[in-house]
Design a protein around this ligand. Structure first.
Ligand SMILES: *[C@@H]1O[C@H](CO)[C@@H](O)[C@H](O)[C@H]1NC(C)=O
Ligand SMILES: *[C@@H]1O[C@H](CO)[C@@H](O)[C@H](O)[C@H]1NC(C)=O
Length: 303
């Protein structure tokens, strides 16, 4: 390589490096709009309470034990009566019950599940959040305006079963991965980025919260948290998740992120409410492989 080439190469490298930290304004705008429309978001201190306790330590991926810096659960209170009274949460919670935990065990598809998946989609499609997301995707030329076609598209990207493990059956879906969580070869926790599922697993003593994972103490009304936990004997060293947001909000933002990109892995930095997040979505064919937020910083403090 002659010197000119090296300089061009270095310049390009620096540019793309800088670009990866640039805030995506368009996505920030639509996500904030959806945030404001999310009337079903739960309120800390009334609808639920969390107890952050200690700061968790560094744990390598694949570890089976971790010092517990939190002797009590993360959720000290969740108003389940309120959750069950909201159709989208009620149908969402019903879906959470339906899964085989481990990948590599072929899922049994029952007609009940088809109905339940469809009725969950019907419920979220009636929310203002999802209606606005639909309109946005139609304007971008990524979805059809016909509601039935939009629903089939959502079904395909979230509920289609695919192989995640090479030697497994049809064993996973985007919904299962993101919202329910799975274990991979019995070694690693993958997915499980949803607060309602976190709470339900914690309540059944299947999940043990180990402490928060940011440098400074987060607030107990924060809507995005980095945490460490164990689940079915495995440790998740650090997981980021929204707290209190509705299932339709998460479905809406991740669907937008996924459908407006053709990359295998899409990342976008967004400013959402008081948080700066890196949003990540992985593609599995024409479906969602995984999707989650990574908390970069919060307005009120440095991480
Ligand atoms: C939940 O938080 C609120 C506000 O901080 C407090 O008044 C209430 O006692 C808490 N409830 C429980 C059960 O922890
Ligand atoms: C409903 O969704 C779940 C989760 O993705 C999946 O396991 C199940 O097979 C789906 N049912 C159908 C009929 O697609």
């Amino acid at each position: 390589m002659d010197r000119g080439c090296v300089i061009v190469f270095l310049a390009l490298f620096t540019l793309s490096d800088a670009a990866s930290q640039t805030v995506n304004q368009e996505l920030s705008d639509i996500f904030n709009e959806l945030w404001k429309l999310d009337v079903n978001r739960m309120k800390a201190g009334t609808d639920y309470n969390i107890s952050l306790q200690g700061k968790a330590g560094y744990i390598p991926q694949g570890s089976r034990s971790a010092v517990d810096h939190a002797s009590s659960p993360l959720f000290s209170l969740v108003d389940e009566t309120k959750l069950s009274s909201i159709t989208t949460y009620a149908r969402f919670m019903k879906l959470l019950d339906n899964y085989e935990r481990s990948t590599g065990v072929a899922e049994k598809v029952t007609t009940d599940e088809v109905t339940e998946n469809n009725s969950f989609l019907d419920a979220i499609l009636e929310t203002t959040v999802m209606k606005r997301a639909h309109q946005y995707l139609v304007n971008k030329g990524k979805s059809r305006s016909d509601l039935r076609q939009f629903k089939s598209q959502l079904y395909y990207i979230w509920f289609r079963l695919y192989h995640r493990d090479r030697n497994g059956g049809e064993d996973s879906s985007g919904f299962e991965h993101v919202f329910v969580g799975e274990t991979k070869f019995g070694r690693e926790i993958v997915g499980l980025h949803n607060w309602v599922q976190f709470y339900m697993q914690e309540k059944q003593d299947l999940l043990d919260y180990k402490g928060y994972k940011s440098t400074h103490l987060p607030d107990e009304d924060d809507h995005v948290l980095n945490v460490q936990f164990s689940w079915h004997g495995l440790i998740k060293p650090v997981a980021s998740a929204f707290v209190g947001v509705s299932p339709e909000f998460e479905m809406a933002i991740f669907s937008i992120l996924f459908l407006t990109s053709t990359e295998k892995t899409t990342t976008a930095v967004v400013n959402l409410d008081e948080y700066q997040l890196e949003m990540v979505v992985h593609r599995q064919g024409r479906s969602i492989g995984t999707a989650y937020p990574k908390l970069l910083s919060s307005n009120s403090r440095h991480m």
